[in-house]
Design a protein around this ligand. Structure first.
Ligand SMILES: NC(=O)c1ccc[n+]([C@@H]2O[C@H](COP(=O)([O-])OP(=O)(O)OC[C@H]3O[C@@H](n4cnc5c(N)ncnc54)[C@H](O)[C@@H]3O)[C@@H](O)[C@H]2O)c1
Length: 500
Protein backbone atom coordinates (compact mmCIF):
# COMPACT_ATOMS: atom_id res chain seq x y z
CA UNK A 1 0.00 0.00 0.00
CA UNK A 2 1.20 3.50 -0.80
CA UNK A 3 2.57 6.09 1.49
CA UNK A 4 -0.08 8.81 1.56
CA UNK A 5 0.82 12.25 0.24
CA UNK A 6 -2.53 13.00 -1.41
CA UNK A 7 -5.89 12.09 0.10
CA UNK A 8 -8.94 11.69 -2.13
CA UNK A 9 -12.33 12.52 -0.65
CA UNK A 10 -15.53 11.11 -2.06
CA UNK A 11 -18.35 13.32 -0.80
CA UNK A 12 -17.51 16.64 0.79
CA UNK A 13 -20.29 17.29 3.29
CA UNK A 14 -19.88 17.58 7.07
CA UNK A 15 -17.56 14.59 7.36
CA UNK A 16 -15.66 15.12 4.10
CA UNK A 17 -15.02 18.73 5.15
CA UNK A 18 -13.68 17.57 8.51
CA UNK A 19 -11.30 15.06 6.88
CA UNK A 20 -10.07 17.77 4.52
CA UNK A 21 -9.31 20.23 7.32
CA UNK A 22 -7.42 17.64 9.38
CA UNK A 23 -5.38 16.26 6.48
CA UNK A 24 -4.44 19.69 5.08
CA UNK A 25 -3.38 20.92 8.50
CA UNK A 26 -0.91 18.07 8.86
CA UNK A 27 0.60 18.57 5.41
CA UNK A 28 -1.41 16.17 3.21
CA UNK A 29 -2.72 17.38 -0.17
CA UNK A 30 -6.44 16.80 -0.69
CA UNK A 31 -8.43 16.18 -3.87
CA UNK A 32 -12.08 16.59 -2.88
CA UNK A 33 -14.75 15.13 -5.18
CA UNK A 34 -18.48 15.68 -4.93
CA UNK A 35 -21.29 15.43 -7.47
CA UNK A 36 -22.49 18.92 -6.58
CA UNK A 37 -20.22 21.72 -7.87
CA UNK A 38 -21.52 24.07 -5.18
CA UNK A 39 -19.79 21.90 -2.59
CA UNK A 40 -16.45 23.46 -3.58
CA UNK A 41 -17.33 26.75 -1.87
CA UNK A 42 -18.77 24.80 1.03
CA UNK A 43 -15.67 22.68 1.67
CA UNK A 44 -13.33 25.66 1.37
CA UNK A 45 -15.49 27.46 3.96
CA UNK A 46 -15.49 24.39 6.22
CA UNK A 47 -11.69 24.14 6.06
CA UNK A 48 -11.26 27.85 6.84
CA UNK A 49 -13.72 27.55 9.70
CA UNK A 50 -11.87 24.60 11.25
CA UNK A 51 -8.51 26.30 11.01
CA UNK A 52 -9.04 28.56 14.04
CA UNK A 53 -9.38 25.72 16.54
CA UNK A 54 -6.96 23.40 14.74
CA UNK A 55 -4.20 25.99 14.81
CA UNK A 56 -4.47 26.14 18.61
CA UNK A 57 -4.37 22.36 19.09
CA UNK A 58 -0.59 22.08 19.05
CA UNK A 59 2.36 24.47 18.90
CA UNK A 60 4.71 21.76 17.66
CA UNK A 61 6.35 22.64 14.32
CA UNK A 62 4.07 21.60 11.47
CA UNK A 63 4.94 20.64 7.90
CA UNK A 64 3.79 23.10 5.20
CA UNK A 65 0.02 22.94 4.81
CA UNK A 66 -1.41 20.64 2.13
CA UNK A 67 -3.11 22.00 -0.99
CA UNK A 68 -6.84 21.57 -1.58
CA UNK A 69 -8.33 21.00 -5.02
CA UNK A 70 -11.93 20.19 -5.94
CA UNK A 71 -13.49 18.21 -8.78
CA UNK A 72 -16.88 16.82 -9.77
CA UNK A 73 -15.10 14.06 -11.71
CA UNK A 74 -14.92 11.12 -9.28
CA UNK A 75 -12.82 9.04 -11.67
CA UNK A 76 -10.19 11.73 -12.04
CA UNK A 77 -9.94 12.00 -8.26
CA UNK A 78 -9.54 8.21 -7.98
CA UNK A 79 -6.68 8.19 -10.48
CA UNK A 80 -4.70 10.95 -8.79
CA UNK A 81 -4.61 10.09 -5.07
CA UNK A 82 -2.86 7.71 -2.65
CA UNK A 83 -5.79 6.95 -0.31
CA UNK A 84 -9.55 7.37 -0.76
CA UNK A 85 -11.94 8.24 2.08
CA UNK A 86 -15.60 7.91 1.13
CA UNK A 87 -18.16 10.15 2.87
CA UNK A 88 -21.30 10.06 0.74
CA UNK A 89 -24.81 9.58 2.20
CA UNK A 90 -25.49 6.54 4.36
CA UNK A 91 -27.28 4.40 1.71
CA UNK A 92 -25.98 0.90 1.04
CA UNK A 93 -26.77 0.68 -2.71
CA UNK A 94 -25.39 4.15 -3.42
CA UNK A 95 -22.18 3.48 -1.53
CA UNK A 96 -21.77 0.05 -3.18
CA UNK A 97 -22.17 1.53 -6.65
CA UNK A 98 -19.87 4.54 -6.16
CA UNK A 99 -17.18 2.57 -4.32
CA UNK A 100 -17.14 -0.01 -7.14
CA UNK A 101 -16.86 2.80 -9.70
CA UNK A 102 -13.84 4.45 -8.06
CA UNK A 103 -12.19 1.07 -7.42
CA UNK A 104 -12.06 0.56 -11.21
CA UNK A 105 -10.00 3.77 -11.53
CA UNK A 106 -7.83 3.74 -8.42
CA UNK A 107 -4.53 1.79 -8.72
CA UNK A 108 -4.56 -1.42 -6.66
CA UNK A 109 -2.17 -0.15 -4.03
CA UNK A 110 -4.55 2.71 -3.13
CA UNK A 111 -6.53 1.86 0.01
CA UNK A 112 -10.21 2.78 0.03
CA UNK A 113 -11.96 3.54 3.33
CA UNK A 114 -15.57 4.38 4.12
CA UNK A 115 -16.69 6.74 6.89
CA UNK A 116 -19.95 4.81 7.29
CA UNK A 117 -21.48 5.00 10.75
CA UNK A 118 -23.13 1.62 10.69
CA UNK A 119 -22.97 -0.28 7.39
CA UNK A 120 -20.99 -3.52 7.23
CA UNK A 121 -17.66 -3.62 5.41
CA UNK A 122 -18.33 -7.02 3.81
CA UNK A 123 -21.47 -5.57 2.16
CA UNK A 124 -19.69 -2.42 1.02
CA UNK A 125 -16.69 -4.16 -0.54
CA UNK A 126 -18.82 -6.66 -2.48
CA UNK A 127 -18.41 -5.19 -5.97
CA UNK A 128 -14.95 -3.61 -5.65
CA UNK A 129 -11.97 -4.24 -7.86
CA UNK A 130 -9.35 -5.46 -5.33
CA UNK A 131 -11.75 -5.61 -2.38
CA UNK A 132 -8.83 -6.53 -0.07
CA UNK A 133 -7.81 -2.84 0.04
CA UNK A 134 -11.20 -1.77 1.43
CA UNK A 135 -11.98 -1.04 5.08
CA UNK A 136 -14.13 1.17 7.24
CA UNK A 137 -12.43 4.18 8.83
CA UNK A 138 -15.23 5.59 10.96
CA UNK A 139 -14.48 9.07 12.34
CA UNK A 140 -16.37 11.35 14.72
CA UNK A 141 -17.64 14.86 14.19
CA UNK A 142 -15.75 17.22 14.23
CA UNK A 143 -13.24 15.00 12.42
CA UNK A 144 -10.59 17.74 12.61
CA UNK A 145 -10.56 17.73 16.42
CA UNK A 146 -11.67 14.29 17.62
CA UNK A 147 -8.84 11.79 17.21
CA UNK A 148 -10.92 8.59 17.27
CA UNK A 149 -11.27 6.56 14.08
CA UNK A 150 -12.63 3.00 14.15
CA UNK A 151 -10.99 0.60 11.68
CA UNK A 152 -13.14 -2.31 10.59
CA UNK A 153 -12.24 -4.87 7.97
CA UNK A 154 -14.72 -7.01 6.02
CA UNK A 155 -14.30 -10.67 5.02
CA UNK A 156 -12.07 -9.74 2.06
CA UNK A 157 -10.01 -7.01 3.78
CA UNK A 158 -6.26 -7.65 4.04
CA UNK A 159 -4.22 -7.04 7.18
CA UNK A 160 -1.99 -4.86 5.01
CA UNK A 161 -4.85 -2.48 4.19
CA UNK A 162 -5.73 -2.10 7.88
CA UNK A 163 -2.06 -1.51 8.68
CA UNK A 164 -1.67 1.11 5.93
CA UNK A 165 -4.82 2.94 7.01
CA UNK A 166 -3.73 2.87 10.64
CA UNK A 167 -0.38 4.41 9.67
CA UNK A 168 -2.05 7.16 7.68
CA UNK A 169 -4.65 8.04 10.33
CA UNK A 170 -1.95 8.10 13.01
CA UNK A 171 0.12 10.40 10.81
CA UNK A 172 -2.72 12.94 10.76
CA UNK A 173 -3.01 12.85 14.54
CA UNK A 174 -5.71 10.23 15.09
CA UNK A 175 -6.18 7.27 17.40
CA UNK A 176 -6.81 4.24 15.19
CA UNK A 177 -9.01 1.80 17.11
CA UNK A 178 -9.04 -1.60 15.41
CA UNK A 179 -12.41 -3.33 15.74
CA UNK A 180 -11.85 -7.10 15.90
CA UNK A 181 -15.02 -8.16 14.11
CA UNK A 182 -17.60 -6.37 11.98
CA UNK A 183 -20.86 -5.67 13.82
CA UNK A 184 -23.58 -3.17 12.86
CA UNK A 185 -22.76 0.22 14.41
CA UNK A 186 -19.13 -0.80 15.08
CA UNK A 187 -18.25 -0.11 18.75
CA UNK A 188 -18.86 3.54 19.53
CA UNK A 189 -22.15 4.07 17.76
CA UNK A 190 -23.45 0.93 19.38
CA UNK A 191 -22.74 2.49 22.78
CA UNK A 192 -24.00 5.93 21.78
CA UNK A 193 -27.16 4.43 20.35
CA UNK A 194 -27.98 2.73 23.66
CA UNK A 195 -27.81 6.07 25.45
CA UNK A 196 -29.74 7.79 22.68
CA UNK A 197 -32.60 5.26 22.88
CA UNK A 198 -32.88 5.77 26.63
CA UNK A 199 -32.97 9.54 26.10
CA UNK A 200 -35.83 9.20 23.62
CA UNK A 201 -37.76 7.00 26.06
CA UNK A 202 -37.26 9.36 28.98
CA UNK A 203 -38.43 12.34 26.89
CA UNK A 204 -41.30 10.33 25.42
CA UNK A 205 -42.46 9.20 28.87
CA UNK A 206 -42.35 12.81 30.08
CA UNK A 207 -39.75 11.94 32.73
CA UNK A 208 -37.19 14.58 31.74
CA UNK A 209 -36.43 17.32 29.21
CA UNK A 210 -33.51 17.15 26.79
CA UNK A 211 -31.72 19.77 28.93
CA UNK A 212 -32.12 17.77 32.15
CA UNK A 213 -30.80 14.66 30.44
CA UNK A 214 -27.82 16.55 29.06
CA UNK A 215 -27.15 17.92 32.56
CA UNK A 216 -27.18 14.36 33.89
CA UNK A 217 -24.17 13.66 31.69
CA UNK A 218 -22.18 16.91 31.50
CA UNK A 219 -21.98 17.51 35.27
CA UNK A 220 -21.04 13.92 36.01
CA UNK A 221 -20.16 10.97 33.80
CA UNK A 222 -19.15 13.20 30.87
CA UNK A 223 -16.31 14.68 32.93
CA UNK A 224 -15.03 11.21 33.76
CA UNK A 225 -15.35 9.84 30.27
CA UNK A 226 -12.75 12.11 28.66
CA UNK A 227 -10.00 10.47 30.73
CA UNK A 228 -11.29 7.00 31.58
CA UNK A 229 -13.95 4.85 29.98
CA UNK A 230 -16.97 3.31 31.70
CA UNK A 231 -15.15 0.06 32.53
CA UNK A 232 -12.14 1.53 34.27
CA UNK A 233 -14.36 4.03 36.08
CA UNK A 234 -16.57 1.17 37.36
CA UNK A 235 -13.44 -0.69 38.42
CA UNK A 236 -12.79 2.28 40.71
CA UNK A 237 -16.40 2.21 41.90
CA UNK A 238 -15.73 -1.22 43.45
CA UNK A 239 -13.30 0.15 46.01
CA UNK A 240 -10.16 -1.82 46.88
CA UNK A 241 -11.35 -4.99 45.18
CA UNK A 242 -12.29 -3.19 42.01
CA UNK A 243 -14.43 -4.67 39.26
CA UNK A 244 -15.11 -8.00 41.06
CA UNK A 245 -16.69 -6.23 44.03
CA UNK A 246 -18.44 -3.75 41.76
CA UNK A 247 -20.14 -6.58 39.85
CA UNK A 248 -21.12 -8.34 43.08
CA UNK A 249 -22.62 -5.19 44.53
CA UNK A 250 -24.38 -3.80 41.47
CA UNK A 251 -24.87 -7.03 39.52
CA UNK A 252 -28.44 -7.55 40.77
CA UNK A 253 -29.46 -4.16 39.26
CA UNK A 254 -28.79 -5.60 35.85
CA UNK A 255 -32.00 -7.61 36.29
CA UNK A 256 -34.02 -4.52 37.19
CA UNK A 257 -35.92 -2.72 34.47
CA UNK A 258 -33.47 0.21 34.28
CA UNK A 259 -33.14 0.28 30.54
CA UNK A 260 -35.49 -0.27 27.64
CA UNK A 261 -33.15 -0.25 24.64
CA UNK A 262 -35.89 -0.93 22.05
CA UNK A 263 -36.34 2.57 20.60
CA UNK A 264 -39.73 4.23 21.10
CA UNK A 265 -41.77 5.18 18.06
CA UNK A 266 -40.85 8.64 16.72
CA UNK A 267 -44.28 10.25 17.10
CA UNK A 268 -44.87 13.93 16.20
CA UNK A 269 -45.18 14.66 19.89
CA UNK A 270 -41.79 13.11 20.67
CA UNK A 271 -40.16 14.98 17.80
CA UNK A 272 -41.67 18.28 19.03
CA UNK A 273 -40.37 17.66 22.54
CA UNK A 274 -36.84 16.91 21.27
CA UNK A 275 -36.81 20.00 19.06
CA UNK A 276 -38.26 22.35 21.68
CA UNK A 277 -35.91 20.98 24.33
CA UNK A 278 -32.74 21.47 22.31
CA UNK A 279 -33.85 24.93 21.13
CA UNK A 280 -34.25 25.93 24.76
CA UNK A 281 -30.76 24.59 25.51
CA UNK A 282 -29.29 26.50 22.57
CA UNK A 283 -30.77 29.67 24.11
CA UNK A 284 -30.70 31.65 20.86
CA UNK A 285 -27.15 30.68 19.93
CA UNK A 286 -26.65 29.70 16.27
CA UNK A 287 -25.22 26.34 15.22
CA UNK A 288 -22.00 28.12 14.12
CA UNK A 289 -21.69 29.79 17.52
CA UNK A 290 -22.20 26.51 19.34
CA UNK A 291 -19.69 24.78 17.05
CA UNK A 292 -17.04 27.37 17.91
CA UNK A 293 -17.71 26.89 21.62
CA UNK A 294 -17.50 23.10 21.22
CA UNK A 295 -14.28 23.36 19.23
CA UNK A 296 -12.66 25.66 21.77
CA UNK A 297 -13.35 23.39 24.70
CA UNK A 298 -12.34 20.28 22.73
CA UNK A 299 -8.94 21.89 22.13
CA UNK A 300 -8.60 22.90 25.78
CA UNK A 301 -9.59 19.46 27.09
CA UNK A 302 -7.05 17.71 24.88
CA UNK A 303 -4.32 20.04 26.04
CA UNK A 304 -5.16 19.32 29.67
CA UNK A 305 -5.27 15.57 29.05
CA UNK A 306 -1.88 15.80 27.37
CA UNK A 307 -0.38 16.71 30.73
CA UNK A 308 -1.65 13.38 32.08
CA UNK A 309 -0.74 11.45 28.93
CA UNK A 310 -4.31 10.20 28.99
CA UNK A 311 -6.81 9.37 26.22
CA UNK A 312 -6.91 11.98 23.46
CA UNK A 313 -4.12 13.85 25.28
CA UNK A 314 -1.81 10.85 24.85
CA UNK A 315 -2.58 10.85 21.12
CA UNK A 316 -1.75 14.55 20.98
CA UNK A 317 1.48 14.06 22.89
CA UNK A 318 2.62 11.24 20.59
CA UNK A 319 1.80 13.38 17.56
CA UNK A 320 3.81 16.29 18.93
CA UNK A 321 6.76 14.08 19.70
CA UNK A 322 6.80 13.01 16.07
CA UNK A 323 6.41 16.58 14.78
CA UNK A 324 9.33 17.79 16.89
CA UNK A 325 11.37 14.83 15.74
CA UNK A 326 10.56 15.55 12.08
CA UNK A 327 11.36 19.24 12.53
CA UNK A 328 14.69 18.27 14.06
CA UNK A 329 15.38 15.71 11.32
CA UNK A 330 14.90 18.38 8.65
CA UNK A 331 17.43 20.56 10.45
CA UNK A 332 19.84 17.66 11.09
CA UNK A 333 21.39 17.64 7.61
CA UNK A 334 22.02 21.37 7.73
CA UNK A 335 23.52 20.99 11.20
CA UNK A 336 25.88 18.20 10.21
CA UNK A 337 26.99 20.25 7.18
CA UNK A 338 27.56 23.33 9.33
CA UNK A 339 29.64 21.40 11.85
CA UNK A 340 31.78 19.84 9.11
CA UNK A 341 32.37 22.88 6.88
CA UNK A 342 35.64 24.66 7.54
CA UNK A 343 35.12 27.81 5.56
CA UNK A 344 31.39 28.41 5.29
CA UNK A 345 30.59 28.91 8.96
CA UNK A 346 27.06 30.26 9.17
CA UNK A 347 24.31 30.35 11.77
CA UNK A 348 21.91 27.39 11.51
CA UNK A 349 18.55 28.04 9.91
CA UNK A 350 16.54 25.70 12.15
CA UNK A 351 12.95 26.91 12.20
CA UNK A 352 10.77 28.20 9.38
CA UNK A 353 7.28 29.13 10.46
CA UNK A 354 4.52 31.72 10.31
CA UNK A 355 3.23 34.05 12.98
CA UNK A 356 0.00 32.30 13.85
CA UNK A 357 -3.03 34.59 14.34
CA UNK A 358 -3.40 33.59 18.00
CA UNK A 359 0.21 34.66 18.71
CA UNK A 360 -0.67 38.30 18.09
CA UNK A 361 -1.49 40.66 20.99
CA UNK A 362 -3.68 43.76 21.19
CA UNK A 363 -0.94 45.84 19.49
CA UNK A 364 -1.32 43.66 16.41
CA UNK A 365 2.19 42.22 16.85
CA UNK A 366 3.60 38.89 17.93
CA UNK A 367 3.36 38.73 21.71
CA UNK A 368 6.38 38.32 24.02
CA UNK A 369 5.86 34.75 25.13
CA UNK A 370 5.79 33.52 21.53
CA UNK A 371 9.37 34.69 20.95
CA UNK A 372 10.45 32.33 23.67
CA UNK A 373 8.30 29.57 22.22
CA UNK A 374 9.92 29.88 18.77
CA UNK A 375 13.38 30.09 20.35
CA UNK A 376 12.45 26.98 22.34
CA UNK A 377 11.61 25.13 19.13
CA UNK A 378 15.04 26.08 17.73
CA UNK A 379 16.74 24.89 20.92
CA UNK A 380 14.80 21.65 20.75
CA UNK A 381 15.90 21.03 17.13
CA UNK A 382 19.52 21.83 17.93
CA UNK A 383 19.69 19.66 21.04
CA UNK A 384 17.98 16.78 19.27
CA UNK A 385 20.69 16.93 16.65
CA UNK A 386 23.17 16.64 19.52
CA UNK A 387 21.38 13.47 20.67
CA UNK A 388 19.01 14.88 23.29
CA UNK A 389 15.76 13.21 22.22
CA UNK A 390 12.92 11.55 24.08
CA UNK A 391 15.01 8.41 24.78
CA UNK A 392 17.83 10.57 26.19
CA UNK A 393 15.37 12.34 28.50
CA UNK A 394 13.80 9.05 29.56
CA UNK A 395 17.27 7.86 30.57
CA UNK A 396 17.16 10.51 33.31
CA UNK A 397 19.20 13.29 31.70
CA UNK A 398 18.05 16.62 30.32
CA UNK A 399 18.99 20.25 29.75
CA UNK A 400 17.24 22.77 31.99
CA UNK A 401 17.05 26.46 31.10
CA UNK A 402 18.80 28.50 33.77
CA UNK A 403 18.88 31.91 32.13
CA UNK A 404 17.24 33.70 29.20
CA UNK A 405 17.71 37.11 27.69
CA UNK A 406 15.42 38.36 24.93
CA UNK A 407 15.83 41.64 23.04
CA UNK A 408 13.33 42.99 20.54
CA UNK A 409 14.29 44.87 17.40
CA UNK A 410 11.25 44.88 15.07
CA UNK A 411 7.65 43.67 14.86
CA UNK A 412 5.93 40.77 13.14
CA UNK A 413 2.26 40.69 12.22
CA UNK A 414 -0.13 37.74 11.94
CA UNK A 415 0.67 35.26 9.16
CA UNK A 416 4.12 36.76 8.38
CA UNK A 417 6.71 34.09 7.58
CA UNK A 418 9.59 34.06 10.08
CA UNK A 419 12.72 31.97 10.54
CA UNK A 420 15.33 31.42 13.22
CA UNK A 421 19.13 31.48 12.88
CA UNK A 422 20.89 29.74 15.74
CA UNK A 423 24.43 29.55 17.04
CA UNK A 424 26.27 27.68 19.75
CA UNK A 425 28.28 30.28 21.68
CA UNK A 426 29.80 28.22 24.45
CA UNK A 427 29.94 24.61 25.65
CA UNK A 428 31.51 22.92 28.63
CA UNK A 429 30.87 19.63 30.43
CA UNK A 430 27.60 20.73 31.96
CA UNK A 431 26.54 23.88 30.17
CA UNK A 432 25.67 25.12 26.72
CA UNK A 433 24.96 28.71 25.71
CA UNK A 434 22.83 29.22 22.61
CA UNK A 435 21.94 32.31 20.63
CA UNK A 436 18.82 32.50 18.42
CA UNK A 437 17.97 35.37 16.07
CA UNK A 438 14.38 35.52 14.83
CA UNK A 439 14.04 37.04 11.36
CA UNK A 440 11.11 38.26 9.28
CA UNK A 441 10.83 36.31 6.03
CA UNK A 442 9.82 39.18 3.73
CA UNK A 443 12.88 41.42 4.32
CA UNK A 444 15.16 39.31 6.56
CA UNK A 445 14.97 42.00 9.26
CA UNK A 446 15.93 40.72 12.70
CA UNK A 447 12.87 40.79 14.94
CA UNK A 448 14.39 39.58 18.16
CA UNK A 449 17.35 37.82 19.68
CA UNK A 450 17.23 35.25 22.45
CA UNK A 451 20.29 34.09 24.31
CA UNK A 452 19.90 31.18 26.67
CA UNK A 453 22.03 29.23 29.06
CA UNK A 454 21.17 25.56 29.66
CA UNK A 455 22.45 23.35 32.42
CA UNK A 456 22.75 19.61 31.92
CA UNK A 457 21.09 17.74 34.80
CA UNK A 458 20.68 14.27 36.18
CA UNK A 459 16.89 14.52 36.55
CA UNK A 460 16.56 11.77 39.18
CA UNK A 461 19.24 13.26 41.43
CA UNK A 462 18.01 16.79 40.63
CA UNK A 463 21.50 18.22 40.16
CA UNK A 464 23.91 19.24 37.44
CA UNK A 465 25.82 16.39 35.77
CA UNK A 466 28.16 16.09 32.76
CA UNK A 467 26.44 15.59 29.43
CA UNK A 468 26.89 12.52 27.25
CA UNK A 469 30.26 12.55 25.44
CA UNK A 470 28.61 12.31 21.99
CA UNK A 471 26.35 15.27 22.78
CA UNK A 472 29.29 17.28 24.02
CA UNK A 473 31.36 16.58 20.91
CA UNK A 474 28.54 17.53 18.50
CA UNK A 475 27.86 20.77 20.33
CA UNK A 476 31.57 21.53 20.45
CA UNK A 477 31.93 20.98 16.69
CA UNK A 478 29.16 23.52 16.10
CA UNK A 479 30.63 25.95 18.61
CA UNK A 480 34.04 25.71 16.90
CA UNK A 481 32.47 26.47 13.52
CA UNK A 482 30.41 29.35 14.92
CA UNK A 483 33.39 30.86 16.76
CA UNK A 484 34.63 32.05 13.35
CA UNK A 485 31.56 34.31 13.02
CA UNK A 486 31.56 37.78 14.58
CA UNK A 487 29.81 37.78 17.95
CA UNK A 488 26.22 39.11 17.64
CA UNK A 489 25.75 42.56 19.15
CA UNK A 490 23.08 41.28 21.53
CA UNK A 491 25.17 38.37 22.83
CA UNK A 492 26.95 38.20 26.15
CA UNK A 493 24.52 40.12 28.29
CA UNK A 494 23.78 37.06 30.37
CA UNK A 495 24.95 33.58 30.95
CA UNK A 496 26.44 33.88 34.35
CA UNK A 497 28.44 36.91 33.22
CA UNK A 498 27.72 39.71 35.66
CA UNK A 499 27.43 43.01 33.77
CA UNK A 500 28.91 45.79 35.87
N1 LIG B 1 -22.41 13.42 10.38
C1 LIG B 1 -21.80 12.68 11.28
O1 LIG B 1 -21.77 13.00 12.49
C2 LIG B 1 -21.08 11.43 10.87
C3 LIG B 1 -20.10 10.90 11.73
C4 LIG B 1 -19.35 9.79 11.32
C5 LIG B 1 -19.61 9.21 10.08
N2 LIG B 1 -20.58 9.73 9.27
C6 LIG B 1 -20.79 9.09 7.97
O2 LIG B 1 -20.19 9.88 6.96
C7 LIG B 1 -20.92 9.77 5.74
C8 LIG B 1 -21.27 11.16 5.23
O3 LIG B 1 -22.03 11.83 6.21
P1 LIG B 1 -22.18 13.42 6.22
O4 LIG B 1 -22.83 13.76 7.52
O5 LIG B 1 -20.92 14.07 5.84
O6 LIG B 1 -23.25 13.64 5.02
P2 LIG B 1 -23.53 14.97 4.16
O7 LIG B 1 -24.93 14.82 3.66
O8 LIG B 1 -23.16 16.17 4.92
O9 LIG B 1 -22.53 14.84 2.92
C9 LIG B 1 -22.67 13.90 1.90
C10 LIG B 1 -22.04 14.48 0.63
O10 LIG B 1 -21.98 13.47 -0.36
C11 LIG B 1 -22.27 14.07 -1.61
N3 LIG B 1 -22.70 13.04 -2.55
C12 LIG B 1 -23.90 12.48 -2.69
N4 LIG B 1 -23.86 11.54 -3.66
C13 LIG B 1 -22.59 11.53 -4.14
C14 LIG B 1 -21.93 10.79 -5.15
N5 LIG B 1 -22.57 9.87 -5.86
N6 LIG B 1 -20.63 11.04 -5.37
C15 LIG B 1 -19.96 11.97 -4.68
N7 LIG B 1 -20.55 12.71 -3.70
C16 LIG B 1 -21.85 12.48 -3.45
C17 LIG B 1 -23.32 15.10 -1.30
O11 LIG B 1 -23.38 16.09 -2.34
C18 LIG B 1 -22.83 15.65 0.04
O12 LIG B 1 -21.96 16.75 -0.18
C19 LIG B 1 -22.11 8.87 6.04
O13 LIG B 1 -21.80 7.56 5.68
C20 LIG B 1 -22.22 8.95 7.56
O14 LIG B 1 -22.78 7.79 8.13
C21 LIG B 1 -21.29 10.84 9.63
Amino acid sequence: MRQVRTLGLLGTGVIGGGWAARALHFGIDVVAADVKPEMEAWIRGAVANAEGALSRLTFAPLPPKGRLSFTTDLDQMARSVDFIQENIPEQLELKQRILAQVSRQAPRDVAIASSTSGLMPTDLQRDLVSPERFLIGHPFNPVYLLPLVELVGGKATSAEAIEAASRFYTYIGMHALRVRREVPGHLTDRLQEALWREILHLVNDGVATTGELDDSIIYGPGLRWAGMGTNLIYHLAGGETGMRHMLRQFGPCLKWPWTKLEAPELTEQLIDRMVAGTEEEAAGRSIRELERLRDDYLVAIQQVLRQFNLGAGATLRALEERLYEEGAAAARGRLAGAAAADSAAAPLRLIETQVRPEWVDYNGHMTDSRYLQVAGDATDALLRYAGVDDAYRRSGRAFYTVETHVTHQAEARALEPVYVLSRVLEVDDKRVRLFHALHRGRDDAQLAAAEQLFLHVDTAAGRAAPMDAGTRSRLTALQTAHARLPLPAEAGRLAGKAQH
